[in-house]
Design a protein around this ligand. Structure first.
Ligand code: ACO
Length: 333
């Protein structure tokens, strides 16, 4: 265990002093999975008054994947992450599954995923909409501090179950997919969770929600506005905790909702698109799965090296938002 300095974070009413010990935070394996069936923008024009050109220009989305269930997609992504980490089911101490589209309202989906993976450990769902996987990273770090050695953090969505593909307000956005990471203790000191931020504001439940048995309803303009604000605030809080500036970040992976949301937030924050991981054109908005889906892609592209400072920045329904900043170490880095 390495002891790090006292850090202070002061933002609004939240002021606290933290004296942290960190166990390291290594991405032992990362994997993702997209179901085979693709719905292109042109396919959507058969059921709604829209066009490929409009969707690309207003959202940055070119297609979305559909099919599968949240548990089956999660298990495929997690298997890939576990293979890359070269670990057996017995090596996993906990499964955290972030999802907005669980297989059932009750029970949670994580136990079914654990069963598919033959895990013998605790398993629970995180419902924090599109921020869920980043919430999971913060929780995993805390549990590594408590003595766990290896935690599987999965984001998985079968959003086609709650999306009306004839509604041009929401049907153009959402798709299915899953991403997973095995995070583990790292006594070498090479990796670390440097800073984080999590927040929620229930005043905005009504701008993006699905009632029992119904599809997603959204006030797109208000979601857009709140997302840009939440991303800025959350990124700044996490940077302050880590005692870093925007210039210190080597790569940022934002939630993939709409390219214009990212561009608007970056304009105010000072991030560049060159240092940004994106997979929106290929996947659409996959909610809790979107950030680990991008992480797997940028690792394939060789865009993260050992020791890089990487930011994960999520926001979503609730509203919820979450950011983590890590000194990165792991496979393919
Ligand atoms: N195809 C073609 N034209 C359309 C479409 C469409 N799908 N939707 C709206 N239009 C038209 C409208 O009729 C309007 O036409 P008019 O000017 O002749 O009246 C024009 O385009 C502009 O409509 P707006 O509603 O203002 O479109 P906007 O630019 O706001 O884009 C969108 C809509 C894409 C939904 C945008 O508001 C958005 O992306 N919001 C954020 C949504 C989001 O990210 N949600 C999820 C985030 S959280 C999470 O991930 C769970």
């Amino acid at each position: 265990m390495v002891t790090i300095a006292k850090t202070s974070i002061a933002e609004g009413t939240r002021t606290r002093e933290l004296l942290m010990q960190h166990p390291g935070f290594r991405f032992a394996g990362v994997g993702s999975y997209l179901p085979d069936e693709i719905v292109t923008n042109d396919d959507l024009t058969k059921n709604m008054d829209t066009s490929d050109e409009w969707i690309r220009e207003r959202t940055g989305i070119g297609q979305r994947h559909v099919g599968g269930t949240t548990s089956s997609l999660a298990a495929e992504a997690a298997k890939r992450a576990m293979d890359r980490a070269n670990v057996e089911p017995a090596d996993i101490d906990l499964l955290l599954l972030a999802t907005t589209s669980p297989d059932f309202i009750c029970p949670g989906t994580a136990p079914a995923v654990a069963q598919l993976l033959e895990l013998d450990c605790g398993a629970l769902d995180i419902q924090a909409a599109c921020s869920g996987w980043v919430y999971g990273l913060v929780m995993a770090n805390g549990l590594l501090l408590q003595g766990m050695k290896r935690i599987l953090v999965v984001g998985s969505e079968a959003l086609d179950q709650i999306t009306d593909y004839t509604d041009r307000n929401t049907g153009i956005l959402f798709g299915n997919g899953a991403g997973a990471a095995v995070v583990e203790v790292d006594p070498s000191g090479a990796s670390e969770l440097l800073g984080w931020d999590m927040g929620a504001d229930g005043n905005y439940v009504s701008i993006l929600y699905a009632e029992h048995g119904d599809v997603l309803k959204m006030d797109g303009k208000e979601v857009f506005r709140q997302a840009v604000t939440a991303m800025q605030r959350s990124a700044r809080n996490a940077l302050k905790m880590a005692n870093l500036t925007v210039e210190d970040i080597d790569l940022v992976i934002p939630h993939q909702a709409n390219i214009r949301i990212v561009e608007a937030a970056w304009k105010r924050l000072g991030f560049s698109m060159e240092k940004t991981g994106m997979r929106l054109e290929e996947t659409g908005n996959t909610s809790a799965a979107s950030i680990p889906l991008v992480l797997d892609k940028v690792l394939d592209e060789g865009r993260i090296s050992e020791g890089d400072t990487v930011m994960f920045l999520g926001f979503g329904g609730g509203m919820t938002w979450a950011t983590t900043i890590v000194r990165y170490a792991g496979e393919r880095a």
